[in-house]
Design a protein around this ligand. Structure first.
Ligand code: PLP
Length: 357
């Protein structure tokens, strides 16, 4: 398979897998120990978790703490529900983990619009009395990079908390300075599935959603997985050290793919976008047919949200596409291990299959 769906998930980095293995011991080993146990094996597992916490924290601003969760979805729920904020403002192109949670807490949540390029205006207004503003760093469907630093500054100046879903930007871009709460997911940065994190600025109080043994600083009970934490930590360290090289690699792939698919129109800003994402539309394109013609290429229909729920994409709607244009859209996502020859082959075949329809 040529895998071009890196916004959905990323392959596990060999280094992350390697870091996980000692904590997947069976009988005869010690790596399976409960990291919350007091004897030596438990303390070793706890120490590995703290190393991983530092590695993840290195992707984030100073002055806060990292709480491991089961996913970014859980981290975002903890941030929104646990903050106690009742009046919310969120961008129109947030992931469902933010949009649906915000609406569950505040059915009247203000929805901050985006322009036709998929960008939130840094001077956008939200209602007086808003207690939490959430805008993502990089959009998962169209790759646009939002002016989160400016928005965070304005939110805080107005007395609101600022939450940033940095799932698609973490380890790639600088962390969103000025945010109070930042959510990450390991599996979007070449770490394992089943673990995320919430960064909480010092002084920001949260109430837990999951009660029990009080692990994770009283904010998230449940036995941590040392293997998942170690994999997340190793992936974070690798992302940090490779960020600049990777961005150049992705920019080269992006340019090649864009040229090969010149008969398509770009969805979202060309300038303010993460080069690992290419979202394109073509008049009258039958995306289901394209996908069935190219079953050995992993890419995504742009029109359906990433959950595969069949809901039309709220992101493509928010940038002004009608249902027909959204239905004719595809999302291609490149990553660290994607080769130029794979991109050329996949995009040449996509262009030919689309033209033959
Ligand atoms: N936020 C964004 C922008 C995402 O792309 C995703 C995953 O698709 C999530 C949140 C949820 O992440 P997780 O799979 O860790 O729950």
């Amino acid at each position: 398979m040529i895998y071009l769906d890196h916004q959905a998930t990323t392959p596990l980095a060999p280094e992350a897998r390697e870091a996980m293995l000692p904590w997947l011991d069976g009988p005869g080993g010690t790596g399976f120990a409960n990291p919350h146990s007091p004897y030596r094996a438990g303390r070793a597992a706890a120490a590995a978790i703290e190393v991983a916490r530092e590695q993840v924290a290195a992707l984030l601003p100073p002055g806060g703490r990292v709480i491991f969760t089961g996913s970014a979805t859980e981290a975002l729920n903890l941030a929104i529900k646990g903050s106690g904020a009742r009046r919310l403002a969120v961008s129109a192109i947030e992931h469902a983990a933010v949009l649906d949670t915000a609406r569950a807490v505040d059915p009247q949540a203000a929805i901050l619009p985006v322009d036709a390029e998929g960008l939130v205006d840094a001077t956008v207004d939200w209602p007086d009395g808003t207690e939490l503003v959430a805008v993502m760093q990089v959009n998962n469907e169209i790759g646009t990079i939002q002016p989160v630093e400016a928005l965070a500054e304005r939110a805080r100046a107005g007395g609101a908390l600022f939450l940033c879903d940095a799932v698609q930007g973490a380890g790639k871009l600088s962390p969103p300075a000025g945010a109070d709460l930042i959510a990450l997911s390991a599996h979007k940065l070449y770490g394992p599935k089943g673990i995320g994190a919430l960064w909480v600025r010092d002084g920001v109080g949260l109430t837990p959603l999951i009660h029990g043994g009080g692990q994770e600083q009283g904010l998230r009970s449940g036995t941590l997985s040392p293997a998942l934490c170690a994999g997340f930590g190793a992936a974070a360290a690798l992302a940090r050290s490779n960020a600049a090289t990777e961005e150049r690699h992705l920019a080269a792939l992006w340019a090649e793919a864009r040229a090969a698919l010149e008969g398509f129109t770009l969805n979202g800003s060309a300038a303010r976008r993460w080069p690992g994402n290419l979202n394109l539309r073509r008049e009258g394109l039958d995306v289901a047919r394209l996908m069935s013609d190219l079953r050995d290429i992993g890419f995504s229909a742009g029109s359906a949200c990433a959950s595969g729920s069949g809901r039309p994409s709220h992101v493509l709607q928010a940038i002004g596409l009608d249902a027909r244009a959204a239905r004719g859209s595809i999302r291609i996502g490149f990553g660290r291990y994607t080769g130029m020859s794979e991109v050329i082959e996949a995009c040449t075949r996509m262009a030919a299959a689309a033209a033959a329809q």
